[in-house]
Design a protein around this ligand. Structure first.
Ligand code: SF4
Ligand code: SF4
Length: 89
């Protein structure tokens, strides 16, 4: 039972700050979730905190690789257009 961060992550730190289990690890090219520490926030919060704060659709996936913030679920600006306007470190 654990989520994962995938390549569209922009390394913004938002999820790292809210994880109750310190399961999110800074890394390049993108952050990752230490699976052994991720409880999907069970027992701490009703909703996974990283999923709730992540601004990037598709950056966090479940154990079946299903995006937890799927395309079109956050703001009505296409991902490609947002990537063109972002400065990714
Ligand atoms: S689901 Fe909860 S425990 Fe797992 S990485 Fe996200 S914030 Fe941390
Ligand atoms: S909040 Fe989303 S985009 Fe930001 S570091 Fe976490 S997974 Fe990456």
């Amino acid at each position: 039972m654990a989520f994962a961060i995938v390549e569209v992550c922009i390394n913004c730190w938002a999820c790292e700050l809210v994880c109750p289990n310190n399961a999110i690890v800074e890394a390049k090219p993108h952050f990752f979730i230490a699976a052994e520490q991720c409880t999907e926030c069970a027992g701490d919060y009703a909703e996974p905190q990283c999923v709730g704060i992540c601004p990037i659709e598709g950056a966090i996936v479940d154990e079946y690789q299903k995006p937890l913030n799927p395309l079109g679920s956050l703001i009505p600006i296409p991902l490609k257009q947002r990537r063109e306007t972002l400065t990714v470190p």
